[in-house]
Design a protein around this ligand. Structure first.
Ligand code: LLP
Length: 421
């Protein structure tokens, strides 16, 4: 459930008509609902009730400071994958002891800054990374809390570009070598090995691959304890999928995920961390765009929008589906047609959808891309010198611009011409 609903024939974001925001901010723009973000965080938090846990929002999905502040105020932890993300989380007021640092290529400089600033744990992904963190921690006179990410070699049954738990993927250490690697880590004086980390992929629509991986983590926990390691924390990553296509998909709910976590790992007495991104932010956001032209092709009609692949790259990059709805509610039984929905960028990949059933639209009409709150604004670029589009946060009947559209001047001035040119 989200808070983007029609009221009196107009799409609203909570209590605010989306067209009012467009009139004030100008299309295209991203719009997030504070109530939906809050609801989704709480669904996970409640799903893990009864076990010691921390829900760490994966801020790679949406890293706007206002969203991070909202999450932090709810008590969320944050999963970061770069020092840039770490500093943004801190700037939003999230304390270091609620930040976990993931990622396969953390540099020594990133490690140093996070250790000095305060960090809950590093999720390590290789032996050389272990050595590097050990060196950095010792040079600062600190001991770094760490988990080691294991790769369980399970098929997450998701898009190949976002599957991470197969042995051919670059992530984690092979679970078969885990006991060896943990023994090496335990010998390093700059590291405190607190637990195990696993993340098998994103947009999973079935609990079975999670369950398979978590059972392996349960076995590994017992084995490592036998080896003398004090395993007390399990980071299970993110990955629970969302219904991008409302008419025909219903992925498992956080409550079912939580029950499965408790069933597989609940008796180990470990603190559980999870790192959901998409399920918290995805359906808490829409991207609003205006129709520039309707163009008649040889055998099809093109709906040419003012938003493009640089603003929302998911369809071009992952063949992803986003529901696209008219901001003015179509009349029941009103005229419908099929469009190829495209942006103005100069490549054919800039296509959001082909042959999509839509109400008949004309230039100036607004449409909303659903499920655009995760991996939308964060993956945008200024390709074709199109300035990044603004982000807006709604709460009840109020809204605020939480990232302004840069002016053309600001965009141009980011480049510099060397004096010898
Ligand atoms: N933890 C780790 C270590 C991750 O790598 C990821 C996502 C997450 C948590 C959060 O996963 P989520 O709950 O959001 O599924 N750009 C792609 C998604 C990339 C996901 C990368 N890692 C997309 O637009 O579908």
């Amino acid at each position: 459930m989200d808070h983007f609903l029609y009221k009196d024939g107009k799409l609203h974001a909570e209590g605010v008509p989306v067209a009012d925001i467009a009139a004030s901010v100008g299309a295209p723009f991203y719009c997030y609902s504070a109530a939906t973000l809050t609801r989704h965080f709480k669904l996970f938090d409640e799903a893990l009730e009864g076990v010691d846990h921390l829900v760490c929002f994966a801020m790679k999905s949406n890293s706007n400071l206002a969203v991070l502040k909202l999450m932090g105020d709810l008590g969320a932890g944050i999963d970061v994958v770069s020092i840039g993300e770490y500093l943004k989380a801190r700037a939003a007021g999230v304390p270091g002891e609620r930040i976990v640092f993931s990622g396969i290529g953390k540099t020594r400089e990133e490690m140093r800054l996070a250790l000095q600033g305060g960090i809950r744990q590093f999720n390590l992904e290789s032996e050389p990374e272990m050595q590097a963190l050990n060196d950095v921690a010792l040079s600062l006179g600190q001991v770094a809390p760490v988990t080691i990410r294991v790769n369980p070699d399970v098929d997450a049954k998701t898009h190949a570009k976002i599957a991470t738990g197969k042995s051919e993927n670059k992530f984690g250490i092979p679970i078969s070598r885990a006991r060896d690697v943990y023994a090496q880590a335990a010998a390093l004086k700059g590291l405190d090995v607190v637990g195990i980390d696993v993340h098998i992929g994103s947009q999973l629509t079935d609990l079975a691959p999670f369950e398979q991986a978590f059972n392996m983590v349960a076995d590994l926990t017992r084995a490592l304890r036998e080896d003398g390691h004090d395993i007390r924390r399990l980071d299970l990553g993110g990955g629970l999928g969302i219904p991008y296509e409302r008419s025909n998909s219903a992925p498992p709910l956080p409550i079912e995920y939580g029950q499965m976590v408790k069933r597989t790992l609940g008796d180990l007495g470990c603190e559980i961390e999870i790192e959901p991104g998409r399920l918290i932010a995805g359906n808490a956001g829409i991207m609003v765009s205006e129709v520039i032209y309707v163009k008649q092709g040889e055998d099809r009609q093109f709906l040419i929008l003012d938003a493009a692949m640089n603003d929302l790259i998911r369809p071009a990059m992952y063949e992803a589906h986003h529901d696209i709805i008219a901001v003015n509610e179509p009349a029941p039984g009103g005229e419908a047609t099929k469009y190829d929905i495209v942006g103005p960028v100069c490549e054919s990949g800039d296509t959001f959808s082909k042959g999509r059933d839509m109400p008949v639209l004309s230039a100036g009409d607004l449409v909303a891309f659903r499920s655009a709150g995760a991996y939308g604004a964060v993956m945008a670029s200024e390709y074709n010198s199109r300035p990044l589009i603004p982000e807006v946060l709604v709460s009840g009947d109020q809204f605020a611009v939480i990232r302004a559209r840069p002016t053309y001047e600001e965009m141009i001035n980011r480049d510099t011409i060397p004096p010898w040119l």
